[in-house]
Design a protein around this ligand. Structure first.
Ligand code: SF4
Length: 193
């Protein structure tokens, strides 16, 4: 059935959501449910803890891969706003060896351009991409409604692992730097510097 009709796309996303929720491997479901206790026991600095959280997210979201049309080469969500914290900026700086802007200025229209790390239709910092990029998974059958011109037409069901979000929020609070900016402001492309 075509997904040009938004009602069909939303219905498909709801159905996929239900399948994903019921097919999550039990050990992963248990770990996600207990993730805050796991986080409370973690040793190390916030960067080390962020790495551990992202490793878990890779495993968790890896189980969803077969239910989503998200794949390399689809870049729609790299044209959306990409909120990023100071901790993630540091994660990119250290992991990908790219320095943040000397001064992070609020851009007037930050979303006119794609993410500066999008190169040849693929993420050039994939292993070090921010939290929002890791958790954005489309549950429709096609990418039709992911297009930036259509994505906000209606609210689509999205995966929401509540304890993953809770741990990330706590980790950001732990750093004391809770402000967000857009990735384009922290790492402006050459033409936007
Ligand atoms: S960091 Fe990578 S995945 Fe995230 S928006 Fe930028 S190019 Fe896309």
């Amino acid at each position: 059935m075509t997904e040009q009709l938004i009602e069909t796309a939303i219905e498909n996303a709801r159905a996929t959501y239900a399948i994903v929720a019921s097919s999550l491997p039990k050990p992963l479901e248990k770990k996600e449910a207990e993730l805050f206790d796991w986080y409370a026991r973690l040793k190390g600095n916030p960067l080390t803890k962020l790495r551990a959280l992202f490793e878990f997210m890779t495993t968790l979201y890896g189980t969803v891969a077969r239910y989503t049309p998200c794949k390399k080469g689809c870049t729609s969500c790299c044209h959306y706003p990409v909120s990023i914290t100071d901790l993630e900026i540091e994660f990119i700086e250290r992991g990908a060896g790219i320095k943040r802007a000397k001064q992070i200025r609020k851009a007037t229209h930050p979303y006119d351009a794609p993410c500066p790390f999008l190169r040849n239709d693929s993420c050039s910092i994939y292993a070090h991409r921010p939290f929002v990029c890791r958790k954005h998974v489309t549950l429709t059958k096609t990418m039709h409604w992911c297009h930036p011109d259509r994505a906000n037409t209606k609210e689509f069901p999205l995966l929401n692992f509540s304890e993953v979000n809770r741990v990330f929020d706590a980790l950001v609070r732990e750093t004391g730097a809770t402000a967000f900016c857009d990735i384009r402001e922290a790492f402006p492309s050459e033409e936007n510097k």
